[in-house]
Ligand binder design. Structure first.
Ligand code: SAH
Length: 560
């Protein structure tokens, strides 16, 4: 088998990045744009010793879970990785992704995770849900100005002003901006030459208030006839804030440092409602938020209401608690909780977000909160002694998860409960391991799908301070190691195999996985592998990609 060969595959599983997995002649192949149950023809694009990557060429038999993507560009655009899967299958995929990350990357036992994990909260309408869009502006081959998305891993812009995940006002705004650019000879920014003025159009829409915000990112200080642009945009119903953001750097970062309003207000408002966590119907109480262009605000407001209502539920407040809300943004969660707490501290690194958070406290008549600007890891270390010790900590970090120092201060402060909100279950798993090793246990885990059609999902976890007699994590891996070494004809140590796998494939593998693959290859007796001393014998299963890499190592050491 070699690159460019066509192979037939039956897709058996989906990896956490959304690529389908199938086998051919003992090799494992990863193929994007496929669903479990698809019978396909794929072209090999990259091949390693035991696994490879292939491109979908033809669907011979479609999976019963396959649907026609609603967007014409679903495959070309990197944004929606799983639009070809029906929504219930997407939710199954996400539930499994969270579960597997916790087991594999967090090292938690399978049966334990199954006991604490609740069913993912899905969306009623998994399209047109995003309140925010950032469209790059460019020129196509014919020289026309286009707004759309970057194709695949390139920076070529494919024109699409009507993203299926966005709101309909996006299209009108983009057409207005492009019309103005054509009329006044304004060019799109070209990152190769650094020429041209308009880089991106950022749009926000308040689902509750129906207010719109446009922020046009430019590669200059001023645009010609800005007042015409402002006037045309302000004809659009609900247009509340029109600004220019100046970014003259050669960078992938979208926003620059300066924002200048050309018409209307600098911010828009939106409101989020408390929901009943049983049926997720709105209860009525609402919190109002002011949002600046450069601040974080959850992109899916319907699901955010469910998420924040769950945060409140998990936090278990009775009005007397001190709460620390770390990575608080514009104070969204802080204010959602403040009415049920004694005092809430919010910490956030973006100064404008803290300015919005303070204004939001005022807008909602909430006075039992204080917000601090700074990195959570630094601000807490500096100010922890002057802050009231928390009963509950809420953390909601970006994808890279919490800084280690932040986790250490959290552990030092010994709250009764920690509510961890995460948009990346891999870093969540890593951080939960630190918190659990530091004296906490996971009580509840739940996915909340904020990002239909994509491989991403939000998760929420409740941790509770461990009572000292409850230390119950059993180190299955250690047992595996001992058992295996007594029975196996071990040519390479586990450490040597791990090192080899890491160097060859960049993958980290555990002793347990190595033992499982050895067992599959007949090197160790099944009895050893199957009898850990823990109460339950269910264990995480080695993923196919890692199995392939371990087999390669075993072959290298001539053990198979
Ligand atoms: N809880 C908020 C924001 C969550 S997004 C909400 O639900 O809206 C994560 C936030 O963390 C962003 O606002 C980002 O600016 C902020 N952030 C990123 N790194 C940080 C750090 N080291 N310390 C504090 N805040 C940080």
């Amino acid at each position: 088998m070699k690159k460019n060969d066509l192979i037939e595959l039956m897709i058996e599983d989906i990896g956490t990045d959304g690529a389908g997995i199938g086998r051919c002649d003992g090799m494992i192949f990863f193929v994007k744009d496929t669903a479990i149950g698809d019978k396909i023809v794929a072209k090999i694009v990259k091949i390693k010793k035991n696994y490879g990557y292939a491109r979908l060429m033809e669907i011979k038999e479609a999976s019963p879970n396959r649907v026609e993507p609603r967007c014409l560009y679903a495959r070309a655009c990197g944004g929606c990785q799983i639009q070809h899967m029906d929504y219930p299958s997407q939710l199954v995929f996400k539930q499994k992704k969270i579960r597997e990350n916790l087991i594999r990357l967090g090292g938690f036992e399978e049966a334990f995770i199954d006991a604490v994990m609740e069913p993912i909260v899905g969306m009623e309408e998994p399209f047109a849900y995003r309140n925010k869009a950032q469209f790059p502006i460019g020129q196509n081959a014919a020289g026309d100005i286009v707004a759309g998305f970057y194709a695949g891993r390139t920076h070529d812009i494919v024109s699409n002003t009507n993203c299926a995940l966005g709101v309909s006002v996006n299209q009108r705004i983009l057409e207005t901006v492009i019309g103005y650019m054509k009329d006044y000879g304004v060019l799109a920014y070209d990152e190769r030459t650094g020429e041209g003025q308009v880089r991106h159009v950022l749009i926000r829409y308040g689902f509750d208030t129906k207010e719109s915000m446009v922020c046009i990112v430019i590669n200059c200080k001023r645009l010609p006839r800005e007042e015409v642009l402002a006037e045309r945009l302000s004809q659009i119903a609900g247009m509340t804030s029109i600004s220019l953001n100046i970014n003259q750097k050669n960078t992938n970062v979208i926003l620059g440092g300066d924002t200048r309003v050309i018409k209307g207000r600098p911010t828009i408002n939106d409101a989020l409602y408390l929901r009943d966590v049983k049926d997720f119907k709105r209860i009525g109480e609402k919190t109002v938020y002011q949002i600046s262009p450069e601040c974080f605000y959850q992109v899916n407001p319907v699901q955010t209401e469910k998420l924040y209502s769950l945060v409140l539920d998990y936090a278990g407040l009775n009005g007397n608690e001190i709460v620390w809300d770390l990575y608080c943004g514009i104070g969204t969660i802080s204010l959602f909780l403040a009415r049920s707490a004694k005092w809430v501290y919010g910490v956030e690194v973006v100064p404008q977000a803290i300015a919005d958070a303070n204004e939001n406290a005022r807008l909602n008549g909430i006075s039992n909160v204080s917000f601090m600007v700074g990195k959570a890891e630094e601000t807490l270390a500096e100010r922890k002694d002057s802050m009231m010790r928390p009963d509950v900590i809420v953390v909601d970090p970006p994808r890279k998860g919490c800084d280690r120092k932040c986790l250490e201060t959290m552990l030092w402060s010994k709250p009764e409960r920690i509510v961890y909100v995460s948009c990346d279950s891999a870093t969540l798993a890593r951080d939960l391991r630190v918190l659990c090793d530091g004296g906490y246990e996971i009580v509840r885990v739940r996915g909340v799908d904020q990002f239909g059609q994509t491989v991403h999902t939000e998760s929420i976890v409740l941790l509770s301070k461990l009572k000292s007699n409850k230390l119950k994590h059993i180190n299955v891996e250690l047992e595996m190691d001992e058992l295996d070494l007594t029975a196996a004809e071990s040519k390479a140590t586990y450490e040597e195999i791990k090192d080899y796998v890491l160097k060859q494939s960049g993958l980290k593998v555990s002793n347990l996985y190595i033992a499982q693959v050895k067992q599959k290859c007949g090197i160790i007796e099944r009895a050893n592998y199957n009898l850990p001393k823990s109460e339950n014998s269910r264990q995480p299963k080695c993923p196919l990609e890692k199995e392939a890499a371990i087999r390669e190592a075993l072959e290298h050491f001539r053990m198979i």
